[in-house]
Design a protein around this ligand. Structure first.
Ligand code: G3P
Length: 218
């Protein structure tokens, strides 16, 4: 499974890339606001230079024509740029137009199997179902991933499934078990993946025994 980093924090991306855990990056307007950089085009270009893999930048226009114009502009920034388009009626039109021009699109804010079917038919390179936000409203986010993976396999769609709105390590475990192509993971969750109390406890015991050996007479 590929790991994308769900962040616009260039330092965190750099750090995680150096560990070999960053196959791509996804951003959105909220993550851009969190990063606090108004020069978003320059930031996306910096992220592309670090990642050397797919980097999603989201359009902010709400009409199809505006999304297409913004998508073309974003795609021209860097060959790694993937245009993120919200899954609305206007979004579907934009996905079809941009995909027809061989611009890779990541269809975002997906919450149902029908939306996933539509964006695959429109030619999206990626679909981003938001599992955490479905869990938040009492629905089963990972069940949607399971359904999309099954249906895409049934009909041999090329669209890759990006598990998005990942909140905790079990979302990553379940994504891998279900055969999702990609999980896009916030840096703080990446850090949690490596942590285990028995690792810490075992290491502390090894260090204590080592100190005892150093202090012993023989
Ligand atoms: O990948 C989508 C993500 O950025 C949304 O996450 O935690 O705001 O639902 P969240």
């Amino acid at each position: 499974m590929k790991f994308f980093i769900d962040s616009a924090d260039i330092e965190a991306i750099r750090e995680i890339k150096a560990m070999g855990m960053c196959d791509g990056v996804t951003t959105n307007p909220s993550l851009m606001a969190k990063a606090g950089r108004k020069d978003t085009d320059a930031l996306l270009k910096e992220i592309c230079a670090v990642v050397q893999g797919p980097v999603s930048g989201e359009v902010t226009a709400l009409d199809a024509e505006g999304m297409v114009a913004e998508g073309r502009r974003l795609a021209a920034l860097d060959p790694h740029l993937v245009v993120k388009i919200p899954t609305t009626y206007a979004g579907l039109q934009a996905i079809a137009t941009l995909s027809g021009e061989n611009i890779r699109v990541n269809a975002t804010l997906v919450f149902s199997l029908n939306q996933a079917l539509l964006v695959a038919k429109a030619g999206a390179a990626y679909v981003s179902p938001f599992v955490g936000r479905l869990d938040d409203v009492g629905e089963d986010g990972m069940q949607l991933i399971s359904d999309i993976v099954e249906v895409y396999e049934n009909y041999e769609y090329d669209t890759e499934v990006i598990v998005a709105s990942v909140r905790h390590p079990m979302h990553v475990v379940d994504s891998a078990l279900l055969g999702a192509h990609i999980a896009t993971i916030p840096p703080e969750v990446i850090r949690k993946l490596v942590a285990h109390p028995l690792t810490d406890k075992g290491l502390a015991a090894f260090m204590a025994d080592w100190e005892t050996l150093q202090g012993s007479g023989s």
